[in-house]
Design a protein around this ligand. Structure first.
Ligand SMILES: *Cc1c(COP(=O)(O)O)cnc(C)c1O
Length: 387
């Protein structure tokens, strides 16, 4: 979890800096007032450099980051975009908003996209894939990238939970054509609400940049009110207040990931040899962010019991097993667009995903977890099948 635990005077000082220097809360223009303070622009640049990506664009949320990224692909009515069954509703909502048809794959033991099922679900209408590094564990990027390359599909990484994680020494979000990030209040970095997109190609970046700002090309040769445009757009601009908080938060990313990984490692060390507890699978050469640590028990009943036992010790679980309805496509019959891609029978789909998810318990990892809480968690897990 989270950047919100580490909010301190640094975020406040970044905001004060705006108000001491002209109080311009808009990301561009007002040059006479703003005394060269550009928080969003600076946040984008620092983020780009940190992640070693080529281009970056800040937006209003992780959901809008996905929406803007999809706009770059020029999707048409019958185009299909494939994502995974275990994600947050936002991933599918963004596909629906883009006008394309959402399709979900099964997950495997990574709890992310199952590459074998991805291959099965590709049709002649498939244009793009949104892979999700759900709760901070990288998806099988080697296999998924190979499939996308072979089938000429654009790959977007929904890195809402993977901010600061790596795959083969590359930051998550930088392996596909575009990567999207969320800075909502539950994510590793937070600006209250906010998001970022990173791009490999300049053309994609310029298109997204214009579209997220009503089509404005911000042509330096003319004032903004005379600005050039080649398409319509929308408003997904980040405000300077969010940019200021983002700058302070970004400096804390390494510390956040380090603490989360340390706490997860402490728990893992103590449970890894238990005969009836399986740990979420992660490929080699990965750095997981450990927004949560997920274990798989022998069956659904044991998973529910484990949750109750944790709750009794005042430890919450995160998403699994209790909040599946918001994070598992099986329960999204309120999205007819998704249902129609799955024979209007979502509740009977994703049998493999269900078989995995129903056995999972997701333990939230915090920066400020106490030794005592870590000890409690280990004890509950150790005792789960002894009684
Ligand atoms: C949080 C989240 C989003 C959406 O981000 P917001 O900033 O809340 O709009 C998208 N995808 C996943 C997987 C998420 O967890």
């Amino acid at each position: 979890m989270p950047g919100f635990e580490l909010i301190d005077k640094n975020e406040l000082n970044e905001i004060k800096h705006i108000f001491k220097n002209g109080s311009v809360l808009f990301r561009q223009g007002f040059e006479g007032l703003r005394k060269k303070v550009y928080k969003v622009k600076k946040f984008e640049e620092k983020f780009r450099d940190k992640f070693k990506s080529k281009f970056s664009l800040a937006v209003t949320s992780g959901t809008s980051a996905l929406r803007v990224a999809l706009e770059v692909l020029d999707l048409k009515e019958n185009d299909e975009v494939i994502t995974q069954s275990f994600t947050f509703v936002a991933t599918v909502e963004a596909i629906i908003e883009s006008g394309a048809k959402p399709v979900c794959t099964e997950i495997d033991k990574t709890l992310n996209m199952d590459p074998k099922d991805l291959e099965k679900k590709i049709t002649k209408n498939t244009k793009a894939v949104i892979v999700v590094h759900m709760l901070g564990t990288p998806a099988r990027m080697n296999d998924i990238r190979k499939i996308c390359k072979k089938k000429n599909l654009s790959l977007i990484e929904d890195t809402a939970w993977g901010c600061g994680g790596k795959y083969n020494n590359k930051f998550l979000g930088t392996l596909g054509r575009m990567g999207t990030f969320s800075f909502d209040f539950a994510k590793s970095l937070t600006t209250g609400e906010g998001g970022m997109i990173v791009f490999k190609n300049k053309k994609d970046y310029l298109k997204a940049k214009a579209w997220h700002d009503h089509g404005h090309e911000n042509n330096p040769k003319v004032p903004r009110w005379k600005d050039t445009r080649t398409s319509s757009g929308f408003n997904y601009r980040m405000s300077e207040l969010q940019g200021a908080v983002g700058l302070a938060q970004l400096k804390k990313l390494d510390k956040i990931i380090k603490l989360q990984r340390m706490h997860a490692a402490e728990i893992l060390k103590n449970i890894k040899d238990l005969p009836n507890v399986e740990v979420r699978y992660c490929e080699n050469n990965c750095i997981q962010t450990f927004d949560s640590l997920i274990i798989l028990l022998r069956n659904k009943k044991l998973a529910e019991k484990c949750r109750l036992n944790l709750n009794k010790k005042s430890i919450n679980t995160k998403i699994l097993p209790e909040a599946k309805t918001w994070h598992f496509a099986k329960y999204w019959s309120h999205m007819p667009e998704l249902a129609s891609s799955h024979k209007k029978n979502l509740i009977n789909e994703f049998k493999k995903s269900e078989e995995i998810l129903e056995r999972c318990v997701s333990i939230p990892i915090n920066c400020k977890m106490t030794k005592q809480n870590i000890f409690k968690i280990i004890n509950v897990i150790k005792k789960i099948e002894k009684k």
